[in-house]
Design a protein around this ligand. Structure first.
Ligand code: PLP
Length: 392
């Protein structure tokens, strides 16, 4: 575990420039398309420097730049790029770095819509994708071909929370001249530092914990040089731009990320420990639990666990599962996560894997531990299990 206590100070100050705005702490929301230039010389200079300044609304505004600067500083990257969703951040990265004839190694536990992007869109443009076992470690070297350009990681994996050996995979990729991109949404820039572990490009669905209040869609790509320019140019070529109001909400959410995550972590672990004792539960998939298969790697590389994890139930009828889930009062059912509210969602990892197979005795449920009182959440789950048993 690394000590990132300085992050708590940085998070309140990174990207803040009150002196540029009458001393007001937060940057205003700049709504902009046209930006005026006072002379031909100024216009020509702006065209030349367009990736680094206010130029045209689509390239970003001072609100966008404040968010990008803050996130890049927290994650210890060089630059960040705000995009209209997490999936757009992934799409911008992959389309910027890959070309026809290239080969992509994609982790099998990736956020599912990324598979559609690879299998349909990238395939149409001549990029080949091979899915690999999230637990492959240094063995990924055996899958690397001369045309492998990028190895993509997401750790812990979506739905099933396998922890990848990120430094081992990154070392194998780099030895073969391939780049390493990682979806760091789960850990956020606070609980995992990708650039210290060999990652070249870090991607966030800021929609989740960074926005943190379930009210905006936003993505971020954090880069080390020289990838910023490549990805920014590609995002521009495709017309991606993040909305200024959403950048404002993300920057506002970021300021309290550390205190929120402490609570998500504590409640998530409390729920995970309680669930592990339950007779209805076959397995708890949470790398923060000491007996989780990913615990040692998580402890080595991460400085915390956020509030998202899964459980596998013992075999149960569809009706009994519905009786449990339909009656929850605090846990809501819906997509996304990372807000202040607790969520529970039936998921089907077995339906999406191709490189590995996922078998579980009963249904898998993904939980998000929100900021409610942990005991109240346990009571909600306990009553849910009562309904499940009564309907069995
Ligand atoms: C939600 C999610 C995304 C996509 O983010 P959106 O903002 O919903 O497009 C990407 N990666 C992970 C791990 C996610 O959970």
């Amino acid at each position: 575990m690394t000590d990132d206590s300085l992050d708590d100070t940085l998070i309140g100050h990174a990207g803040c420039r009150p002196q540029d705005n009458h001393g007001i702490i937060n940057p205003p929301v700049y709504h902009a398309s046209t930006v005026l230039f006072p002379s031909v010389a100024a216009l020509e200079e702006a065209v030349r420097d367009r990736f680094d300044r206010v130029y045209y609304g689509r390239y970003g505004t001072p609100t966008t730049f404040a968010l990008e600067e803050a996130v890049a500083a927290l994650e210890q990257g060089d630059r960040a790029i705000a995009l209209p969703s997490g999936l757009a951040a992934i799409a911008a990265t992959l389309t910027a770095l890959l070309k026809a004839g290239d080969h992509l190694l994609m982790v099998d536990s990736v956020y599912e819509p990324v598979r559609t992007l690879c299998n349909r869109t990238l395939a149409r443009f001549g990029v080949t994708t091979t899915y690999y076992d999230p637990l492959i470690g240094a063995g990924v070297a055996d899958l690397i071909r001369p045309e492998t350009r990028l190895v993509y990681l997401e750790s812990p994996g979506s739905l099933t929370f396998e922890v990848q050996d990120i430094p081992a995979i990154a070392a194998a990729a780099h030895a073969a001249g391939a780049l390493v991109a990682m979806d760091n949404t789960w850990a956020t820039p606070l609980f995992f530092k990708p650039f210290r572990h060999g990652v070249d490009i870090s991607i966030h669905a800021a929609t989740k914990y960074i926005v943190g209040h379930s009210d905006a869609m936003l993505g971020l790509v954090v880069t080390k040089d020289p990838h910023y320019r490549t990805i920014k140019a590609s995002a521009q070529a495709m017309g991606y731009c993040a909305a200024p109001d959403d950048c404002y909400l993300a920057l506002r959410g970021l300021r309290t990320l550390s205190v929120r995550l402490q609570r998500h972590q504590e409640t998530g672990l409390a729920l995970a420990r309680w669930l592990r004792q339950r007779p209805e539960v076959a397995q708890v998939l949470h790398p923060g639990l000491p007996d989780d298969p990913g615990h040692a790697l998580w402890r080595r590389d991460f400085s915390g666990a956020t509030g998202l994890f899964s459980i596998v139930l013992n075999p149960v009828s569809k009706a009994a599962l519905a009786a449990m889930l339909d009656g929850m009062t605090l846990f809501g059912m819906g997509f996304s996560w990372g807000g202040f509210e607790s969520l529970i969602l039936p998921v089907k990892p077995e339906a999406v894997r191709t490189a590995t197979s996922w078998s579980a005795p009963g249904p898998t449920l993904r939980l998000h531990a929100g900021l409610e009182d942990p005991q109240d959440l346990i009571t909600d789950l306990e009553r849910g299990f009562d309904r499940l048993r009564a309907a069995s």
